[in-house]
Structures are given as structure tokens and as C-alpha cells.
Design a binder for this molecule. Sequence first.
Ligand SMILES: [Zn+2]
Length: 626
Amino acid sequence: MAGLIPEGFIDELLNRVDIVEVINRRVPLKKAGKDYQACCPFHEEKTPSFNVVPQKQFFHCFGCGESGDAISFISKFHNLDFPEAVETLARDAGMEIPQRQESPAQAQRSAERNTLLECLERAKRYFQDQLRQHPQRRRAADWCKLRGISGAIASEFELGYAPPGWDNLATRFGTDEKARSILLKAGLAVAREQQRQGDSGKPSMYDRFRDRVVFPIRDSRGRTVGFGGRVLDDSKPKYLNSPETPVFQKGRELYGLYEARKSKIGKLLLVEGYMDVIALAQAGIRNAVATLGTATSSAQIQRMFRFAPEIVFCFDGDNAGRRAAWRALEVTLPMLEDGKSARFLFLPEGEDPDSAVRQFGADKFRERVDAAQPLEDFFFDHFRADVDVGTIEGKAALSSKAMPLIRTLREGVYRELMIERLAEIAGVDRKTLLAPITAKRDSGKPPWEQQAPDFDAPPFLRESRRDRSGRSARRAGPRKPQDPALVAIKRLLREPRFALAIAEDEDLSPLSQEGDDAAKLLLELVEIVRQNPNIDNIPLLEQCSRSAVSDLPRAITAENIEPSKREKLQEEFIEIIAELLAKCSKKLANKRRRDQLRARTAAKTSEGGTSASPQDESLPGGDSPE
Ligand SMILES: [Zn+2]
């Protein structure tokens, strides 16, 4: 384990190594002009787009965009973290990393880790030996044979046998107190309960794995970090894992990753158990890895994507399997980016990859993997099973459920495609789907209800929208500011009593001017409420349906205003009316002035003046006394 690496050393290391040599040792390169080329090791391709530039000591792939220096190449290629990559590169170059002074705590931790890893390694060799030598090895060997596990696969995966008995490891390796504490810390032994500890002659602990076939769990560098054990008969538990230890975190490790990394297939198959990985490997499918009895974690997905651009999740087709698959999907979404993909393979109920591959054979299994459902299909099918997208409510539910998940995707082509597809299924404009989340929380409405109506407003209204843009956006949520008259109508439909809050002596007549149907409708509605103070919104909606305004908000009846928000909304309603009135009056005054001018000019040129008068009559005069 590398401690802290002095900064100067990294420069020195990069100066010393030649990136062409480093990469060529792992991926054979061909000279192309001044540079070198190969088929990219980080994505699947047939024609080389992976370039190495010796002059800059730099690699770049035009296919998948991976690029970097020798250290990042080693890190990506071998799936190592930075210190590990430096360590590997230094070893290649025959350089020794000068150890910076570790803190006593750090030094103690890495010493402990090393001790545990050594202990686990010794235990692994011991178990392997038992599979070959133990008097009862036949039972384990028969079990393997029955499962179709060949000697070659058993030795590749370093399978072993934990013989029957309580203290095989304890006696062999737990020679003193310190050694016994290491066995306990490594998860190989279990401490006896206190009262039994006192029993004369009995050791203070016993072996965790007894009479089981053991599967060493290796980290991505091939070091044994834990074990899984499987019983040979029907006793329980069928599978047993090492507990969490300083070197083994179940949620991070993937069984079979070390072996699968050699396959370079371009996709990894995620299965549920060791036996699935082994049975698939036995059938020649060498790219499967397994979680260790935990739900798929983001750390695991991240690791898989670090070395394969595609993950195929393999689950039982039963309900539990589908639930687990959905969890995996949720964890995967934020990690998807262009060039990375995920698919889902559901096996017939009760089948696992182990049984399926033995039943149908490798070719059939591969066909199924190739035909696995793309993540986006699983995603939309999942919602379609829940909601009826044939109805407006269903479409609303679909977009409100799906959009938060789509938002977790990284920006890119894939995210765009998902949004497009949702827009298509829900029958909504994609811009509507992308309206800020705050709007949705504020009104609790399906996104398209918050969309500003895109109607052909008269010029003064367009101007007023521009003026109000900042405030409207803050108030109502949508990016595009709405016609204030429509906002006021919406409010009024939700709460007719807002109309009563308008001062009685307020002259609303400017709202009824020509060319502004929304303002006119607003006035009509206010008038209705003024005449019937206890009215509900049904007659108002009827009035709306008779109106010429085509972009009226729908589904308003379903809404209620939270009492806590009522006062604020009413205040805003009044403010909107006031602004609207100011605009309309101004516009009206301008119009009157223009009309007067026109009338005067017309009077001069002809006998005229008649054209202005009918219009004047139609406008209740803002200036004229009542
Ligand atoms: Zn590439």
C-alpha cells in the first residue's frame, strides 16, 4: 500500500517513463506518422481511434474521449486508484517511491491492513490445499462436479474447501493471542460468547467457515479480501460471507471483477451470486461479476463503468427481482453518460444465471444477454405498468414521476433522448418538462399546467410580459413569464373571493378594451364574483368556456389553496390587477390620443370625424366622470 506520494516524485516518474512504452506493453501500438495508434482499450471498436502522442506524452481516444498521461492510462487500464497507479508505474520503471512520513495512525492502519491481507492469503491457500488433500475432500469435489465446475475453473477462481470442525484455522493459525486477534479481525473466526469462554480448555473462538466450499473474494488487484462459503447439503445458511472488515466492504467489492477484467469484452454482466459467476465462466461467458448479497451500490456501478462501457443487469423475473432491478436502475442513472449504457435481462421466474446457462447452454444465454432490455425501455415500461398513459391524469403522473429521475442523468445526448421520449409518451412539449422544479412544488400541478400560454398577445401585452419577466418568473415559476391577466384569472378560478379584495371604487373598465380578450374575461369574472360573493368557481369556469381566450388553464377545479399561502396569493392578485390596470390605462390613453390625432387629420382632409366616434363609444372612458 502506497502511503502519501511526494509531489516531486510524480513529475520525476512521468519524466522517466515513456508513455509509448508503457501503453505498448499493454496494448500493442502501431506507428502512424509521428504518433502511435491502436484500437481503444476503453471502448469497443474495430478501427483504431486511440492515439498516443510521444511528443506530449499523452494519449487520446477520438472514439470515447478518454485521454491523459501515463499515470491515468495505468489507472484506467488496470482499474486502480491514483496511488496504486503511481505505484504500478514506478514498479514498471524500476523506481522506488520515497515514503513520506505517515502519521502514526496511518502507519498503524496500513500495517493492520497488510497483516489482514496476509492472513487472508494464507487462509485461502489453506482452503485450496484442503480441496486437494483433506480426507473428506471428496464431498466438496463431488459437489463441484455436480455443478459442472471443472478443475481449471476451480483453480482459476481459487476455490477451496473449509473442512468440518470448529477450530481448523484457529489451531493452525491462531498460535498466540495476536494471531488469534488477527483471525477475528479478518473475519475468519468468530469469538465465543463470554460465558462459554471460561470453559476449561476451549479456545476463545471458532472457525467461521466449516464444511463449506469457499470462494475467495478478490479485490480488483487480485488480493483476497474475504470469502464466501456454500454448504454441501441443505443446511442453513446456504451461503455465508465474510463480515465487513478493514479490508472488505461488501457494498464496494464485486465478486469476479478481477477475473472479468481480463476478458475485455466491453460489457459486464451483473449477477447475484458466486455460483452465477462461476457457472457462466464455466460456460465460456467470462464477463460476469456478482454483488455480495447486498443491493447494487453506486460504488459498484462506478467500478464497473470504469472498465466497461456497458452493464447488463441480470435479475430473476419475479417481483423481488424486478424491485432489485429498479433499485439498480435508480443507482445507475446518475452515472450514465454518453458512451455508457445499461441493460436489463430478466430470467424466467425462479431461474438464476447458474441454472439458466446450464439448462439452455451458453449460446442461448448469450442471445438473451444480447437481447436484454435497454435501460430506457425498462424505465418507461415500469411507469407504464403503473399509470394509464391513455388518460390526461396518467400522462401527468408519468411525467411527474419520471422527470425527477431523468433529472439525475448527466447532461448529454442520452439525457436529451430520455426527455424527448418522455415528452412523446406524455404528449408534452420538452420545454415544459424542463420547467424549473420550483414551479411544480409551488403549485403541485402537472408541468404543462404551468406553461405560459404561447398566444399571440397584442403588442402592449408583449411589452408588459417583458417588463414583468423577473417577477412573474419568481412568482409563478415557469421560465416564460405569463400574461398577467391569465395569471390573475388562474388565481381567481382557484379562489373566487380574491375578487372581493379589489377595492370597490377601483375602476376596472380599462380592462375591457379591445384586443385583449384575457383582460376582458378577467373583468367579467370579477364582476360575476362582485355580484355573487359566495359563488364557487364552476360558474366562473363556464364563463371561461364561453370566452374567446383559448389558452385558459385546465384542471383548475382540482386545486385547493393552502390556507397559509392564501394571504400572499391574494396580495399578489391585487398587485397583478393594479399593474394590469396601469398598463391598460396607459395604453388606452395613448390609443385615445392617437385616435384624436387621426380624427383631426381626417377632419382636415375630408368631411370626416366619424371614424373615431364608434370606437370612443365602445370604450368606457377612463377620463370621463361616471
Ligand atoms: Zn476509446
